[in-house]
Design a binder for this molecule. Sequence first.
Ligand SMILES: CCCCCC/C=C\CC(=O)SCCNC(=O)CCNC(=O)[C@H](O)C(C)(C)COP(=O)(O)OP(=O)(O)OC[C@H]1O[C@@H](n2cnc3c(N)ncnc32)[C@H](O)[C@@H]1OP(=O)(O)O
Length: 201
Amino acid sequence: MALRAALRQKCGLIGILSQPSSSGSHSRVSAVLVSQMRNNATSPKIKVDFNQSTGVAVLSMQSPPVNSLSLDFLTELCISVEKLEMDRACRGLIITSSLPKVFSAGLDILEMYGKSPERCGEFWRAVQEMWLKMYSSNMVTIAAINGSSPAGGCLLSLTCDYRIMSDNPRYSIGLNETLLGIVAPFGTDKNIIKNTHTCSN
Ligand SMILES: CCCCCC/C=C\CC(=O)SCCNC(=O)CCNC(=O)[C@H](O)C(C)(C)COP(=O)(O)OP(=O)(O)OC[C@H]1O[C@@H](n2cnc3c(N)ncnc32)[C@H](O)[C@@H]1OP(=O)(O)O
């Protein structure tokens, strides 16, 4: 009931929950494949279960060991969210983890070491794209934080409309990245600044 109320508040529509799903874009599906090939991965890092009758999708992060946000992971995450966004039947999105104990360990530290400036640029653009896409989503978004969620994992949860965390003292959450000497890069891209203003309204 709470979700339906939230859906009503955010979308102003409730009657379309049972509308049939439209099909995803082929170009985006192939972008996932390109992402997997680049990473030499055989299994997807993101699993999406969409329930047509409720209009709610559950996006499970399943990238062992700790769902770190690598360029490939972020690419796949953004494509999955975009595909759901294009589906008018999907009104709500729950993001959670399939892994025990960890929601997300945040940005993949290996992406920040020994990489070319071009690759670093691509990575940080993907980080920006992820939080802008989530923050400006038309769907009601909920982070079901079922494990530790430091730094970028916390950031991911903060981009959602609602956060619910497992009551377990062993799970930690917070913006601890400054302890590693990592600060958010200054966004000079006009679109990023524009989108940020739009989101804050
Ligand atoms: C506008 C944009 C603003 C952006 C601002 C910047 C935002 C965020 C910056 C970041 O996110 S930097 C990353 C910070 N992350 C951390 O500090 C998390 C560190 N990790 C942990 O605290 C723990 O690993 C955990 C998540 C609590 C899990 O603990 P657990 O005991 O279950 O597992 P571990 O043995 O510690 O780790 C297993 C395995 O995973 C590797 N690993 C852990 N975290 C990362 C990571 N962030 N990136 C890459 N790899 C990671 C860890 O090294 C272990 O590897 P192996 O030793 O098994 O090879």
